[in-house]
Design a protein around this ligand. Structure first.
Ligand code: NAI
Length: 739
């Protein structure tokens, strides 16, 4: 059995502990070793009079029980309205204050119209102001010692209302409001604050409860919850509990999905409210916001929906279907093209932003424009294209009526066709490649092509997950999405680490991602993070740098492509640990935060160009490949039927057959001109589709053991150009490649 909950050495102040519930708490704390301040003003239940006997009696009881395991007690007779004095007693007697139980209370029940100013004020002074005064007096001591437990006492009268208790109910729920904020402000100093609404027989309730109930509902059935909530091992903070007769239940807020009753650019009317009343009040599928951030996020979502869609009255703040009806039209839509120009200043700033440092002499070429081999980091390719994600980009596509404030960067693919120039101007064309319905959200896949003049320099694919907007009946997967690939299950071949600086995000944002989430603490808190987070693409830059350093000697011309999945946020200051596995020219990797062990980038890889260069294949090597036999066979069989097949296919396919991660042979199947032709080497004109596959996998495909589509999704087969044409290729392989 786990050890009993003890309070040895803890100093506990219980207000109103001369009777009823407070007395039960004081006795229970002392019994478990606490040093208790038994406070009680000693007046009657209406707050009239005062005296020392109530508190003294309880102190005496504790002393009588005294034994080794029992703590000590001291009395205090001040009103909670003078909170400082109570806390002073604790400090003078025991030297510290660890726990405050705000329990003191009185009643002045009257039907509403008969409540006098005095009845109102005294109730508020004792309950709400008293809880404030006592807690405030203890607060700074708790902060300094980085520890505190506070208990507030509310009442069902406040939560639900009760005839004749307007003054009392208002003060009691005010106490809950006080607790809610203290729970937030105290959290970072390990000060927890919780509230109970008890039911117990006491002199206070004997005026309203039948006698036998007063007897049955013992204060001892409430005290154990109070002790648990005030124990150092209890993590509960900001909770509200009803408790009595040995039962304990937790309460929370619930909110209907509600209805938007306003249309864009039109006045909001009471009639629209009336007409939507049923839905406003319908608790089916209700949400349960836990924080003000969750609550306000819903409101912000409404603003976005009304403003961006001019939505009708039939949209709830959580419903997606109507909001997503324009998706079909958005797929294939091009964004206005834009250009990105940069100088060495931007590439150096980027390199520093992703952790390149003069500490590492091999990094000098990324941060010093005077280096003989000054280079732009390959992952700067995302910076060139990122404008498509920002204002003027994705957010403004007609038909894409999603709340992009709820968008998370899910995955990123980047492919370079030649090293990025050290400075220049690239023209970017972006297109919505696909939109997927993931149930819990929507994935937008966007392709961005960046050109220098007419030459394609790089290709980016951004996948963005928009939380909470799925379920519109769309498809779940897309052949347009570059597949992430699981890392091997063996231990990594290499691990590199870098400690990010506290200013990492502040530095990285200078490369153009100005989202305040990465720098502004209050914005980060609204978004639900404890502090500003690092840009996912910053972590991406660190990891790619690690791969390049470890496996390509920082040679940017060896960088071909990278694919990552963003799994978790990183906080500036944490250590990034890139775990890498080499499989031919593919370096699989995942990135962890060393301090927590959390995987922050998963299922990732970098494809490198072989050190010897792509075109280094030799015919003799090609001749040893098994695939050579197959191409020979295809050539033979096509001889007779070539013209017919050319009519059906009308495309040129170029094959890159790899061996040990290096391109060992190139073959072309030209089914576009004349009666077709199969030859070794790259396409004489241009290829419609280029397929890259290892010799072994090629043979598996030909022998029907590996499905080409599966090979594509698992990354074994890569295709460039017109991928749809490879469907036709399947037919050729099926009919003409059988050995
Ligand atoms: P109680 O009347 O037995 O105990 C309250 C104690 O507070 C008394 O000993 C009283 O002398 C003391 N007190 C009153 N004003 C004070 C002041 N200004 N400074 C210091 N001490 C003062 O009542 P009970 O039932 O034990 O109530 C304890 C708390 O629980 C109260 O806050 C009450 O409102 C709350 N509560 C009790 C319920 C119940 O079913 N007993 C129901 C809901 C709330």
């Amino acid at each position: 059995m786990a050890s009993p909950l003890r309070f040895d050495g803890r100093v506990v102040l219980v207000t109103g502990a001369g009777g009823g519930l407070g007395r039960a708490y004081a006795l229970a704390f002392a019994e478990r070793g606490a040093l208790v301040i038994v406070n009680d003003l000693g007046g009657d239940f209406k707050g009239v009079g005062k005296g020392s006997s109530a508190a003294d009696k309880v102190v005496e009881e504790i002393r009588r029980k005294g034994g080794k395991a029992v703590g000590k007690a001291v009395a205090n007779y001040d009103s909670v309205e003078e909170g400082e004095k109570l806390v002073k007693t604790a400090l003078n007697t025991f030297g510290r204050i660890d726990v405050v139980v705000n329990n003191a209370g009185i009643l002045r029940d009257r039907s509403f119209s008969r409540i006098s100013d005095e009845d109102w004020d005294i109730i508020h002074r004792v309950h709400l102001r008293g809880s404030f005064q006592v807690t405030r007096a203890a607060w700074d001591h708790m902060k300094k010692q980085n520890y505190g437990r506070i208990l507030m006492t509310a009442s069902a009268s406040g939560i639900y209302g009760n005839f004749g208790q307007a003054n009392y109910g208002a003060a009691k729920l005010g106490i809950l409001g006080l607790c809610n904020t203290l729970a937030i402000e105290g959290r970072k100093n390990n000060i927890h604050c919780n509230t109970i609404a008890p039911s117990a027989g006491s002199r206070m309730t004997e005026t309203v409860m039948p006698e036998d109930l007063v007897e049955a509902l013992k204060p001892e059935y409430v005290a154990p919850l109070v002790l648990w909530l005030c124990h150092e091992s209890c993590e509960e903070n900001g909770g509200l509990f009803e408790v009595g007769a040995g039962w304990i239940g937790k309460l929370r807020w619930e909110r209907t999905l509600g209805a938007i009753v306003r249309k864009r650019n039109q006045p909001m009317t009471p009639e629209a409210v009336r007409d939507n009343w049923e839905r406003i009040c319908d608790f089916s599928n209700a949400s349960k916001p836990k924080t003000i951030q969750e609550s306000t996020a819903g409101i912000i979502e409404v603003l976005h929906k009304v403003d961006s869609e001019g939505v009708s009255q039939n949209h709830t703040s959580h419903a997606a279907p109507a909001a997503t009806s324009g998706f079909a039209g958005a797929v294939g839509r091009k964004l206005p093209s834009f250009s990105s120009s940069y100088t060495e200043l931007q590439t150096i700033m980027y390199a520093l932003g992703v952790g390149a440092s003069v500490k590492n002499p091999k990094d000098l070429k990324f941060v010093y424009e005077g280096s003989a081999d000054f280079s732009c980091l390959p992952t700067f390719g995302v910076i060139v294209a990122q404008k498509s994600m920002m204002s003027g980009g994705l957010a403004e596509i007609p038909g894409l009526s999603l709340n992009l404030a709820k968008a998370l960067h899910g995955e990123q693919y980047l492919e370079l066709y030649k090293p990025l120039p050290r400075s220049g101007e690239l023209k970017c064309e972006a297109v919505i490649a696909d939109i997927l319905d993931k149930g819990s959200g929507t994935v937008i896949v966007m392709d961005v092509y960046s050109y220098s003049g007419k030459e394609l320099i790089c290709y980016n694919q951004f996948s963005v997950f928009v939380v909470g907007s799925g379920g519109f009946g769309g498809k779940r997967t897309s052949d347009k999405l570059k597949a992430a690939v699981a890392v091997p299950s063996r231990p990594p071949d290499a691990v590199l680490r870098d400690v990010t600086s506290l200013d990492q995000a502040a530095l990285y944002r200078l490369s153009g991602d100005w989202n305040p989430l990465h720098i502004d603490p209050s914005f980060a808190s609204i978004a639900g993070f404890k502090k500003p987070i690092l840009h996912g693409l910053c972590t991406f830059g660190f990891s790619a740098r690690h791969v390049l350093q470890q496996f390509a000697d920082n040679d940017v011309s060896r960088f071909k492509a990278i694919k990552v999945r963003f799994a978790k946020p990183v906080y500036p200051g944490q250590t990034l640990q890139t775990e890498m596995w080499k499989e031919g020219n593919r370096i699989h990797f995942q990135t962890k935060v060393q301090e927590t062990g959390d995987i922050v980038i998963s299922n990732a890889y970098v494809d490198l160009v072989p050190a010897s260069g792509v075109s280094a294949q030799t015919p003799s090597e090609g001749g040893e490949l098994q695939s050579a036999l197959v191409f020979g066979e295809i050539a033979r069989r096509l001889k007779n039927v070539g013209r017919e097949v050319v009519k059906k296919v009308n495309a040129v396919f170029e094959w890159h057959i790899t061996k040990g991660g290096t391109v060992a042979a190139k073959w072309t199947i030209d089914l576009k001109s004349g009666s077709g032709e199969v030859y070794q080497g790259p396409a004489k004109g241009s290829a419609d589709t280029t397929i890259i596959i290892s010799d072994e996998d090629f043979m598996e495909v030909v022998m029907g053991k590996l499905d080409p589509q599966k090979a594509f999704f698992s990354g074994k087969l890569k295709a460039r150009g017109n991928i749809m044409l490879s469907q036709k290729l399947q037919m050729i392989l099926k009919d003409y490649a059988k050995l």
